[in-house]
Design a protein around this ligand. Sequence first.
Ligand code: ZN
Length: 606
Amino acid sequence: MSMRCLIARGMAGACLAVMVSSSWSATVAAEADVVLRSGKIYTADKARSIRQAIAFKGNTIVAVGEDKDMASLIGSATKVIDLGGKLVLPGLIDTHIHPIMGALNGAKCSLAGVKATIEVLKPVIRNCLDKDQGGADDWFEAAQLDNYGFSATAKDVDFIEAARPVALWGNDGHTVWVNSRGLALLGVTAETPDPPGGKIARDATGAPSGSFADSAAIFVDEKIPSPSLGEKAALTAAELKKMSAYGITSLMDAFVARAEAEVWRRLYDTGKLPIRVRMAIYVASPSDDSDEAVARLIAASKAGDVDSNVLRSGVVKVFADGVMEYPAQTAALLSPYLDADGKPTKTSGELYFDPQRFAKLVQKLDAAGLTVHIHAIGDRAVRASLDAFASARAANGDKDNRHQIAHLQLVDPADFPRFKELGVIADFQLEWAKREPATEGPLEPYLGPERYRYLYPAGSLYKAGAIIIGGSDWDISSYNPFRAFQTAVTRAGDKGKKPLNIEERIPLQTAIDAYTINAAYAMKQDATTGSLEVGKRADLVVLDRDILTIDPETIQDTKVLATYLDGRLVHSASPGSNAGDDEEDEEPGKWWDERESRMRDWLHRD
Ligand SMILES: [Zn+2]
């Protein structure tokens, strides 16, 4: 007898052993639903033990051990799968990702991989416009513009399209350019002040010139009519399916305002969540430490705690600064940016909050049991974030809220030990830590060698005892966790590339921890996920290769053969097929099914 555990409204907790009313019931109750055997099970338990087999019943792991230990758990209805030596990891957890925004961006005109000059962009955008059904007053949006070093005014964008309002979104997720028609529709004038934590680019007269950064870009986004809730949910659901194919079983949406919360709720209500989701509620005013502001955030978080197993919140998201790349340079640095010749400028970026009031806000949120997740890029933003956590620690003691700082592009060495001291978790986008156009031209000269040496200092924080977790920040970068693993250990992109600060690499096991047990800890779900141990939920992935032993420069090519969530097979593929391809496998899961039937034959050989 097999049981099906669906992750759906009201059913998540209903994965109970169903006993048949016969004399066989005792035996049936002891049988596992699924046994994976003859594999290499990386458990991520305390000892990081590796075993041969794992069994689960309903959504719960009932045994982890050697093949011979599984015999008593195998009954006539047990699915037994011969792994043929394949590697199994706990389900992977992406602790900083934007699934809804990314899915919506994916539906826009893509400028990915296009050289960002008006001349080169024009034919690409015109081509999209030709296919677009929108009317003369409908916004036209393109995304993934490679914005490093790109600058344009509304008049420049008019050269591409002047009749319809146009918005071009940068691939840093923080910048947008609009044309003159768009500026007029937005109603922004010389009198409009910059919103807190944002910048409206202006000409010499103070009139808006066409680009918007950070919270000013969020303002633009809110002004542009978005697709219906149903459309947003459908686009997101399609993307979640692809994430399952990369082995992702849990994630944190690192920016949830009302619109995002509605989409997650819709997906939950319609049973379309193949991934556990934690929502980080966006704090629009991080300098507002009033009791009312705190009460609003607590209420938003409570409303997000829909199902402790599937959809929950308990965390807020704050921006401490912007981005570091030239020409934006909105990240807050301890000492000024350099000019292209290496001489100090007068610019060192700005904090997006008042440090004293922000520290008060963090104290109150910490006292209320919320996790605070801060976007901090520059070393001054990182220090201000640590200071706020220190003040919460001083006021409240250790409330075990597992606060986090994400991105950590530049950290002053004096602050390395503070992560461990304060229990602050370091959330790296490990795939970013490589030499590529984005980390060289717009950064290297403007920081100088002493600071550049500590770009993405994962190794230094690891050595200083910090807990490291990983998130893709998709759609800023790919959510393929194996790309993150490869870059974390090689600090380089593709094979043979020169590494970025090789001293800052981390061991592969630490990278895996960052997506499994440590990520589960950060998400406050380590009691149920993150490692493969008896009593925990059966979230696990089967890989086509042994990443623990192969050439690290090939880890990113890893394919996921099977993903289980809560004991349920949510993805299966054959070796050689491409995970996440838009096209379905010719015969999805055929290899997987064959392993199972071969095992069945073996079981019934007498
Ligand atoms: Zn992000």
